[in-house]
Structure formats: structure tokens, C-alpha cells
Design a protein around this ligand. Structure first.
Ligand code: GRF
Length: 229
């Protein structure tokens, strides 16, 4: 597990609208979620996602790419480390992190992608899936490694392509399941053990069964397990 005591401390990195971030912020208002967003970082200022964080009272920082990439990566590592996260989430963050960041957060950084990896990695997943003519696409949550969307897949959720879809309409439908998938995955990371065998991510001990709700919650909470996520 990524933490042995208390809620999982999460830093979320974003670059845009921040609807994935909003789903995490909403989920973390329920302590049974098991995770709390302790900071939100962006590579650009003036985006709606930063406003969402501020409205939720979560500290934010802006870390634009300037100068050499290695220096940017090392400085980002230091900034994120200041919030002592157990988990870093790239939620629509349009930058690749580098070796310094992965040395600190490899194995505890996840990303979400609007296609069924390994198909259609990169910046234009929905448009490329549509252009290829697939009938099913979807969302993928994976552990970040040094490649572009190449990390170990944690979970995926399918979305059917509709005849009249545009890249935008397909992406919007994918984002609906992507938000749920991300929230579900973070809850599991906060409450379950897991391991990676070769490229296969496995929840332990049983297939994705949430652990009993922690002692200390009210009896009604304990009887009612956290919604199946
Ligand atoms: C998501 O589909 C993410 O996978 C992609 O960009 C979108 C971010 O959406 N990289 P939002 O900014 O969270 O609304």
C-alpha cells in the first residue's frame, strides 16, 4: 500500500479544465474515499482547473516549462516533494516528467488517458481512434514510466464509438467514464495492497474487494461499505 496511516496524500498535476481533478476533489470530501488532495500543480496559469483547486481550498502552484528540461524536471520534483505526497496524479497534465521526477515518484505516479492503451497513445487519442475506425475506445489509468503512455496498466473502461461521433463528442463521453475510473482507482490504491508482475498489475488479496471501512467511523458507515468503486 502507498500509505500505512491516515489518508493517502495526493498531488494532482493539471494543464486545463480540470474535470478529472474536480472528480477527485468531490470524492475526497468523503473520508471513506481514503485520499486527500494536498496540492494542485500546473504548467500554466489562468486555467479553470486552478480555480477549482482554489475553490476547494487546496494549495496550488504554477511551474511553467522554461529553460532546460532537466532543470524544470528537478525543480518540479522539489516543489511536489514539499507537499509530501504518497501519490502523484497526472490528470490532463500536458508535460512528460523526466528522470529526476521518476526517481522520486516512479511507482507512485499515475496518469489517465482517453483511449484504450496501448492503442492511440499521445495527445490525440480520441481523434486517432475515431480516424482509425475503432468501434470501442475508452479510458486507461496506468503507472507512469519514462515512455509516452507506456506504463503498466492499472485499469481500463470501454466506451462505444457512435456513428455520429466527432473527436470532441467521443472525448467528452470518454471523460465521463475516465473520471469514475480515476476515482475508483485512487480509492483502491488508498485501501488495497497491489503488486506488479511483469506488466500485470494485480490487486491483493482478492480481486478489487475494498477493505473494511476503518475503525473509528460511525456504525452506519461501517455497515455500508464505500460505494463500489
Ligand atoms: C482527459 O481526457 C485526459 O486524459 C486528457 O485530457 C483530459 C483532461 O480533462 N489528457 P480535464 O482537464 O480533467 O477536464
Amino acid at each position: 500500500m502507498l500509505t500505512s496511516s491516515g489518508p493517502l496524500r495526493v498531488v494532482v498535476l493539471i494543464s486545463g479544465t480540470g474535470t478529472l481533478l474536480q472528480a477527485l476533489l468531490d470524492a475526497s470530501t468523503d473520508e471513506r474515499f481514503g485520499a486527500v488532495v494536498v496540492a494542485v500543480g500546473s504548467d500554466r496559469d489562468g486555467i479553470p482547473g486552478l480555480e477549482r483547486a482554489k475553490r476547494a481550498g487546496v494549495p496550488t502552484f504554477v511551474h511553467p516549462l522554461a529553460g532546460d528540461r532537466g532543470g524544470w524536471d528537478r525543480a518540479l520534483t522539489v516543489r511536489v516533494a514539499g507537499f509530501e505526497p504518497d501519490l502523484v496524479i497526472s490528470a490532463g497534465f500536458l508535460k512528460l516528467v523526466g528522470p529526476a521526477f521518476l526517481a522520486s515518484y516512479g511507482g507512485r505516479m499515475i496518469n489517465t488517458h482517453p483511449a484504450l492503451l496501448p492503442s492511440f497513445p499521445g495527445m490525440h487519442g480520441p481523434a486517432e481512434a475515431l480516424a482509425y475506425g475503432v468501434k470501442v475506445s475508452g479510458a486507461t489509468v496506468f503507472l507512469v514510466d519514462a515512455g509516452v503512455d507506456t506504463g503498466v496498466i492499472i485499469d481500463q473502461e470501454p466506451v462505444r464509438v457512435a456513428d455520429g461521433d466527432t473527436a470532441e463528442s467521443l472525448h467528452e463521453r470518454i471523460k465521463v467514464v475516465e473520471r469514475d475510473l480515476l476515482v475508483r482507482t485512487v480509492h483502491r490504491l488508498a485501501t488495497l495492497d497491489w503488486r506488479v508482475e511483469e506488466r500485470r498489475f494485480r490487486w491483493l488479496p482478492a480481486a478489487g474487494q475494498p477493505k473494511p471501512v476503518k475503525a473509528g467511523l460511525s456504525e452506519s458507515h461501517r455497515k455500508r461499505s464505500y460505494r463500489q468503486v
